[in-house]
Design a protein around this ligand. Structure first.
Ligand SMILES: *Cc1c(COP(=O)(O)O)cnc(C)c1O
Length: 367
């Protein structure tokens, strides 16, 4: 079976460096925040072309703390994509605000910038674009609209490590950019991890205080913070992996190029990349109206696939209370029924890429 993503292979590739990094933390006697986390924050900020990085416990907390640092709370509205992972919405409701969904551009599956203005009300405090599958959302019109209305922009970059928008790395276009280092992400820890990056010193400082009990000086609590710190062992693992991220992204690009070429006559809808985007290819998502049958045939042919995501947030039981009928957001609903993610990752062998292409060609046109 060709795995969707082989995390064990990713570890074995760097076993010596990762084991040494973990051992370094064990030997240091320093197990919360400290030099390893600070070093990773500096390295991650530099990679993201941002002035500041703050490590937190996971990607969802990064989003929650970004919204809290901006003062978003009860009675506020935040514009979110209808087509996203549920964490984007969970962050908004976690701070007591209301998610206001906007449908995607069907070409890119990312939030459609020209639909956002109509969703803005006097209660709108932030726009939360997601760089889905590792491809940047169209940020310039979103930033222009937000600035003209005095609204913040928080980016969900949990899938976009190393992606570029108009040549510049994702990391500080909006007010705060939120990262996840969940093991399956393009830069993944060996457990949970997250960060925010920003060029705003005020927000970096506020998030740094919020993540550590609202405390700058031990036992002095300025605000009601939380415990959401990046673990030093995970920071050390991320430091071992970061120098390889660029090469891994190149490998993902090569796989995406092979898929694009090999599947151009398959009849499937393939990812569309605007000329200003340089995706990090977290996922390679194809579309078929006959998706479930395609997935079944691929499984029989020994190719693992996944669906990102089978149920859009507004159709989850968790959001039954927001009162959106399934067809209130028809595009999000439709994409959930048609998308299929093919195997993708730096450890996917070239020969396996060829086998995936052959299997998809057979399965997409079984006659
Ligand atoms: C993974 C992910 C998150 C959440 O990250 P965690 O570290 O798992 O909390 C948020 N948004 C998107 C788009 C994601 O893919």
């Amino acid at each position: 079976m060709i795995p969707f993503l082989d995390l064990g292979a990713a570890y074995r590739e760097l076993k010596t460096e990762i084991d040494a990094a973990i051992q370094r933390v064990l030997d240091s006697g320093w197990y919360i925040l400290g030099p390893e986390v600070e070093a990773f924050e500096a390295e991650w900020a530099a990679f993201c072309e941002a002035d500041h990085a703050v490590g937190v416990a996971n990607g969802l907390d990064a989003l929650i703390l970004a919204l809290r640092a901006l003062g978003v709370g009860e009675g506020d509205e935040v514009i979110v994509p209808s087509n996203t992972y549920v964490a984007t919405w969970l962050a908004v409701t976690a701070v007591g605000a209301r998610p206001v969904p906007v449908e995607p551009d069907p070409a890119t599956h990312n939030i459609a910038p020209d639909l956002i203005a109509a969703a803005i009300t006097p209660a709108t405090r932030a726009i939360l674009p997601v760089h889905l599958y590792g491809q940047a959302a169209d940020l310039d019109p979103i930033l222009a609209l937000a600035r003209s209305r005095g609204i913040a922009v928080v980016e969900d970059a949990a899938q976009a490590h190393g992606a570029r928008y108009k040549g510049r790395r994702i990391g500080a276009h909006g007010d705060v950019v939120c990262w996840s280092f969940y093991p399956g992400k393009n830069l993944g820890a060996l457990g949970d991890g997250g960060a925010v990056t920003t060029n705003r010193a005020d927000l970096a400082d506020r998030i740094r205080v919020l993540r550590n009990y609202g405390s700058r000086v031990k036992y002095v609590n300025e605000v009601q913070g939380v415990n959401s710190r990046l673990d030093p062992i995970q920071a050390a693992v991320l430091r071992a992996k970061l120098p390889h991220l660029e090469a891994w992204t190149d490998r993902r690009r090569a796989i995406a190029a092979a898929y694009a070429d090999g599947l151009k006559d398959s009849g499937l809808i393939l990812p569309q990349v605007p000329d200003w985007a340089d995706p990090a290819w977290h996922l390679y998502v194809v579309r078929s109206p006959d998706r479930d049958a395609l997935q079944r045939r691929l499984t029989e042919a020994g190719v693992s696939t996944l669906i990102h995501y089978p149920i859009p947030p507004h159709m989850q039981a968790a959001y039954a209370g927001v009162g959106l009928a399934p067809d209130a957001l028809p595009l999000a609903r439709r994409l959930a029924g048609e998308v299929l993610s093919l195997p993708m990752g730096p450890q996917l062998a070239t020969a396996d890429t060829g086998r995936v292409i052959a299997a998809v060609q057979d399965s997409a046109s079984p006659n």
